[in-house]
Ligand binder design. Structure first.
Ligand code: MCA
Ligand code: AMP
Length: 467
């Protein structure tokens, strides 16, 4: 079956199948517009797409997939250092551009190709093998530059079919969300989901509570920060009473937000858990009770286990805590150009180490307790590597030492906080300095200028003393 099976076969010409902000296309027009992009991409193996929240991004991504190319979304706000890394590391042969999106045309960048929403083609592009790469998604590790997670068409299809089963997601649904289109949540679930399963999509542009309220969706996606902002605006939250399912993911949904949403919307939100590398692996189900603090059960085709430091599998008693490991159809094929990182992320018997600490109850309910390492920060649902921000700070001539940690934040879950040792530095100057290199959400919210960093006897920075 084609990856975008609904898009492939739909004859529906109603004008608003896929809406982004205030522009929309029918299923047929989307297929024809994307086929025109695919015609131009004939023979291209990897295509980069500056993934603004726009209809052009949807058409560009779908065009790449129809052409059988691996699509590399580029965060539109990425600073030059991050953008160059993504383009170079992925070896993208073409960079799609859209009106108003920043381009990186220049000696080092790949040739550009504009996405033109007025063009149409009726070429039927053959469906590539399921093992072909669909997406290369860049994601932060604890150190260094982001790594490209290589996701096959098979993995994407398995994830979406599993979610359709868990959420009873059908062509009758209208999905509403306002998530960025360069991550699993907004792009794989939030765009490719409707194109495979058939429900209509209303992307609201920016994920503001009033826009969620006005979207009239049956299915809503959000990260906890979005749900918390909606819960803080009761009139917006009450407007979601007519929905079928509210889904939260990408970070832990705080229990007070779960409770407030339940009271205001009449819906107990569905929490699901995943990673860029594994796609969504565990979810609460539409047909089963949902409890705050739990993320449900493995999707069809996924297996999980919780292990201690020695690798021994722990009992599913709801109490034994250890690292959550997963395997199954939704897993990535590896990190691009990084066999070292790939080997480190897997056990010798083939399980992926998530780095998340979890318990599993006798009923199979998974509870994510936290992360094993402190060097991955989740802020507003974005994954941010402490090492990447430290490297950006250390590039400043006045910075001698830097340690970046996630500290609690009432709206974002965690905020990026930097401790810096240096001479004659200002907080705003350093935040700007990072913003000129990396995506905006990787900027420290707070920079603390200190005389020294706490270190242990071996000279290693003790981050636990900074949080
Ligand atoms: C932000 N601002 C700053 C700083 N940081 N200003 C100065 N210094 C800083 N350090 C500015 C912003 O640019 C913005 O300005 C304003 O402050 C508000 O920013 P913020 O509070 O961050 O709010 P926001 O821009 O509204 O963003 C919140 C958000 C966003 C919408 C929740 O974080 C978001 O879209 N998160 C989704 C992430 C996501 O999709 N993750 C999925 C990963 P201005 O207003 O002028 O712009 S995939 C995944 O995790 C797995 C697979 C899974 O399970 O889903
Ligand atoms: P990313 O690679 O951006 O997809 O981030 C993946 C990480 O997000 C996971 O390793 C978890 O730490 C976190 N995460 C995703 N969903 C949830 C959830 N429902 N509850 C708690 N943490 C989550």
């Amino acid at each position: 079956m084609p990856l975008l099976s609904w898009l492939d076969r739909s004859t529906d010409e109603r004008p608003d199948a896929i809406r982004v902000d205030d522009r929309a296309l029918s299923w047929v027009e989307l297929r024809r517009a994307a086929a025109a992009v695919a015609d131009d991409l004939h023979g291209v193996r990897r295509v980069a797409v500056p993934a603004t929240s726009s209809l052009e991004t949807v058409v560009g991504v779908v065009g790449g997939l129809l052409a059988g190319a691996a699509v590399v979304p580029v965060p539109p706000d990425a600073g030059p250092v991050e953008r160059d890394h993504v383009l170079r590391d992925s070896a993208a042969e073409v960079l799609l551009t859209t009106p108003g999106t920043p381009t990186v045309d220049g000696p080092a960048g790949p040739p550009t190709l504009p996405v033109d929403l007025t063009r149409r083609s009726d070429t039927r592009h053959p469906e590539p093998d399921a093992a072909t790469t669909a997406l290369i998604l860049y994601t932060s590790g604890t150190t260094g530059a982001p790594k490209g997670a290589v996701l096959s068409r098979r993995a994407v299809a398995a994830c979406l079919d599993g979610l359709a089963d868990a959420w009873a997601w059908t062509p009758d649904d209208v999905l509403a969300h306002g998530l960025p289109l360069f991550h699993v949540h907004g792009l794989v679930l939030g765009v490719l989901g409707p194109l495979r399963i058939g429900g209509r999509l209303h992307h609201v542009g920016r994920p503001r509570p009033d826009r969620y309220a006005a979207a009239a969706g049956s299915l809503y996606f959000g990260v906890p920060t979005i749900w918390s902002r909606i819960a803080a605006e009761p009139s917006a939250a009450r407007a979601l009473r007519g929905a079928r399912l509210l889904v939260s993911g990408s970070a832990a949904l705080p229990e007070p937000v779960f409770t407030a949403l339940t009271e205001l919307t009449g819906h107990r939100p569905v929490e699901r858990y995943g990673m860029t590398e594994t796609l969504i692996t565990v979810s609460a189900r539409a047909d089963a009770p949902r409890r705050p603090g739990t993320v449900g059960v493995p999707l069809p085709g996924v297996r999980t286990r919780v292990v201690d430091e020695r690798g021994t599998t722990l009992p599913t008693d709801g109490e034994s805590m250890g690292e959550l490991q997963v395997r199954g159809d939704t897993l990535f094929d590896g990190y691009l150009n990084r066999p070292d990182a790939d080997a480190a992320a897997r056990t010798t018997d083939g399980w992926f180490r998530t780095g998340d600490v979890a318990t599993v109850g006798p009923d199979g309910a998974h509870r994510i307790v936290g992360r094993a390492a402190t060097d991955l920060i989740k802020s507003g649902g974005y994954r941010i590597g402490a090492g990447e921000v430290e490297d950006a700070l250390l590039a400043h001539p006045g910075v001698r030492e830097a340690a970046v940690v996630g500290t609690p934040h009432p709206d974002l879950g965690q905020q990026v906080t930097a401790y810096v040792v240096g001479n004659g530095l200002g907080e705003a100057e350093l935040i700007d300095f990072v913003a000129r290199q990396l995506s905006v959400h990787k900027r420290p919210r707070q920079v603390r200028l200190v005389d020294a960093l706490p270190r242990n006897a071996m000279g290693k920075v003790q981050k636990s003393r900074l949080t």
